[in-house]
Structures are given as C-alpha cells and as structure tokens.
Design a protein around this ligand. Sequence first.
Ligand code: ATP
Ligand code: MG
Length: 231
Amino acid sequence: MSRKGGAGKTTVAVNLTLAARAMGVRAVLADADPMRSACEVLRGREGSETLLFETSAAKLFALTQAAQRAGADLLIIDTPAAPEVDVAEAVKVADLCLAIARPTYIDLAAAVLSVAVIQRLGREGLIVLNQCAPQRNGVEPPQVLKALEALRFASLPVAAVTLRSRIVYQTAAAQARSVLEMENGGAAAREVRDLFSHVWRSLNGEATAPMRTANDDLRRAGLDLKLVPTA
Ligand SMILES: Nc1ncnc2c1ncn2[C@@H]1O[C@H](COP(=O)(O)OP(=O)(O)OP(=O)(O)O)[C@@H](O)[C@H]1O
Ligand SMILES: [Mg+2]
C-alpha cells in the first residue's frame, strides 16, 4: 500500500508474488486497483489465470477465503493509491501490510498516513523503502539516511531490505517477468528474494534477523542521536 502514486506498489506486489512462486510458495496475486496495473504487467504471461485475480475492495474477504480453500499459501494484494476506504478493506484482511515509500518527503508523509490506517485497524505492518539510490562502498546515500531518520518517529519497523532504483524492475515489467527471471544472480533479484524471505518469516512467526530500524543505520553512519525505538 501507499497513498502516493508510483511508489512501487505494483512492482513490489508482482515481484514478491513471482519470487514466492520461484521459491516454492503457492502465492497468488490479487489486483485490487481499478487501474489494473498488475494485470497489465502480467497480461500474456503463461499461466497468469492461476496466478492473478482481478478483484475489488468489496470482494477481498471472499477472495482470501477462496484462495485458502484452493490451497494457496500466500495471497498478495496490490492496492490503488486511493481511496482510503478501499485500501482499508485490504488492510483488514491482511496478516502483514507493506507500506511502500520512496525516500522522499512526500512519500514518507504518505507512509505515515498508511501507518495510521494499519494501526487504527490493529494490523501488522512494515515500511519498505523502494527506488532508493544504491549504496556506495556499503554506505547509504544521504537521502536514504534522511528517510530512515524521519521514519524513526513512526511506530512501524522498517523492512531489513531496501529496494534500490534499478532499471531491471522496469524492463522486467515490460516483459511480464520478475527481476529474478531477468537476472537471477543480479542485485535486484537478491533484494527481492531477501525481502520475500523477510516477509515470509514474519508471516510465519519465525525468528527473523532483527528488523532494521532507522537507529541501526544512523548508528552505522556515526550519527550520535538519541533515538526512540521503532518496533
Ligand atoms: N525499484 C525500482 N527501480 C526502478 N523503477 C522502479 C522501481 N520500482 C518501481 N519502478 C517503476 O516506477 C514506476 C511506478 O511503479 P509502480 O507502478 O509499481 O508504482 P505504484 O505504486 O503501483 O503506482 P500506482 O499508484 O500508479 O499504482 C513504474 O514505471 C515502475 O517500473
Ligand atoms: Mg500500482
């Protein structure tokens, strides 16, 4: 979810679904965006009729039941940027909500709104930073550090995995494929696999590597700030 258009909801939803399947998890994708962007991306892909379901907010609960009955392990829902009432229906049926945000002031402000919805509905959530500039020599670019600093005020954890701005996300979408299918050994494939593993372990209540908090990054960057816990 993200109330900002273009944050990467569809890109993350499609890639997580395909990564899950590549890793042996029976995952299906619900396109709950009237724009049908996920359908647009996966149109023409072989087997898409068992992978992708067009739906609406009102039908989400029934879809989760049907997916369970059909033996799906995981249902991923791609939501529209608005209206909030529709997105809330997705939050209500979700075991874990991913708030997707670019490391920009406007996206982070939108992520704070998503956090508020997730908390109001008593659900679990994780902020996933997307379209971040790559690290240089293991050092986060200032924009990412600033985003993490801003997020320390949010009470949701930040995903341990940050997705970078990489052209392969766009070329993969144009070919109805995942970044794993484009460059299995590439950096984008690695980050999507890592994000999926992180999400899957969280969903299954397994101990995960400690979720990355803004605090960790700031400490690594040598910034000596008094920080509030994000978990
Ligand atoms: N990590 C990334 N690296 C490069 N390009 C990306 C990345 N994530 C998303 N994009 C590109 O950004 C654009 C917007 O992404 P996407 O459609 O997934 O966003 P969205 O949040 O679903 O948008 P909408 O609100 O319109 O549904 C697309 O062209 C997509 O290919
Ligand atoms: Mg979308």
